[in-house]
Design a protein. Structure first.
Length: 334
């Protein structure tokens, strides 16, 4: 392709995905700080009285008193000293409870997850049901093409110094220094959107169904084991890491599923009828887990999250300056 062809591809591809990539990048920059952001925007959920934990049955009793005939789906235990206990019902409602008292702090409906949940839906699927995730993936592919073509057009041996003003200067500088972070973010995001395709490229087998949490099904109304008994049995297998999530047995899978705060997350099942405990052997793609951690900053430290957040602002600067350059260009054919 000639330089002119590359320039036309870069220009019109950038203009075509500008709004989508800005929405994805801006929401991603915010989600890097999802925990403090959630605390800031939903203070009622985090008005806890301390970190002391009660027996698990106390939280279940509070939730059942509020839910009535609606069944409990899972319970998530705090991951920080100022975090609540979260109980999720089968209808999607989430109840936030005070750890030392089991007092109800807040209730959110299935579609009312607050601003952070909206950001997740925007970032992962542009708020588009069904095909949104695939659209985000293809926007990632287009972003990779933009970054590579922009570097090719910028290279000093071929670059022309535009006289389009400050917008062009900012576009060129940000494009040069932001290209590699942008490529990394776009590549990992595309990987997350199209995991099966990248599994074929890397030779990793797709995650086995046995390592996943139970598929959606109605939880049992009155399991044979109490939640405390299931947790106690699971503790016989995992003695070091704190318990994080307990998923109720369902009509299609009568096992309690317990997940622990390890990296990667360790999961065990407890048979509701017999109490048999079985570790879930995770043979899933380890590279894919690292890709997700690199992309969203989970357990990667503050410095990495700062880098991710700054990298997410690169598309915003490139899109605004690119549109300004296009708008101010001489109006001639092509």
């Amino acid at each position: 392709m000639t330089r002119r062809a590359w320039a036309l591809l870069h220009r019109w591809l950038g203009l075509g995905i500008a709004l989508a990539v800005v929405a994805i990048a801006a929401s991603g920059s915010a989600l890097v700080w999802r925990a403090p952001l959630d605390r800031l925007l939903s203070p009622d959920r985090y008005a806890v009285g301390g970190a002391t934990m009660l027996p698990l049955d106390r939280y279940v009793a509070t939730a059942r008193a509020r839910l009535g005939d609606v069944r409990i789906g899972n319970i998530v235990l705090p991951d920080a000293v100022d975090a609540p206990v979260t109980v999720t019902a089968e209808d999607g409602r989430r109840l936030y409870l005070d750890p030392p008292t089991a007092r109800l702090l807040a209730v959110r409906g299935g579609d009312d997850g607050g601003a952070v949940r909206v950001l997740h839906r925007l970032h992962g699927g542009l708020m588009i049901p069904g095909i949104g995730r695939a659209i985000v993936g293809w926007v990632g592919v287009a972003t990779i093409v933009l970054a590579l073509s922009g570097l090719w057009l910028w290279r000093p041996a071929r670059a022309r110094r535009h006289r389009a003003g400050r917008a062009a200067a900012v576009h060129h500088v940000v494009g040069l220094w932001g290209a590699l972070p942008l490529l990394g973010i776009a590549l990992t995001g595309t990987w997350i959107a199209f995991p099966a395709a990248f599994a074929l490229l890397t030779g990793e087998a797709p995650r086995a169904a046995a390592t996943r949490l139970p598929p959606p099904s109605r939880p049992l109304a009155r399991p044979a084991l109490s939640v405390a008994a299931a947790a106690a049995l699971g503790a016989g297998v995992e003695r070091t890491a704190p318990l994080r999530t307990i998923v109720w047995p369902t009509a299609t899978r009568a096992d309690w599923t317990l997940a622990y705060a390890t990296q990667p997350m360790r999961v065990v099942t407890v048979a509701d009828d017999s109490g048999t405990v079985a570790p879930v052997v995770d043979r899933g793609p380890t590279l894919a887990r690292w890709v997700r951690r690199l992309h969203d900053g989970t357990d990667m430290g503050t410095a990495w999250r700062l880098l991710l957040s700054a990298g997410g602002l690169v598309p915003l600067l490139l899109a605004t300056t690119g549109v300004a350059m296009w708008w101010r260009r001489p109006r001639r054919r092509g």
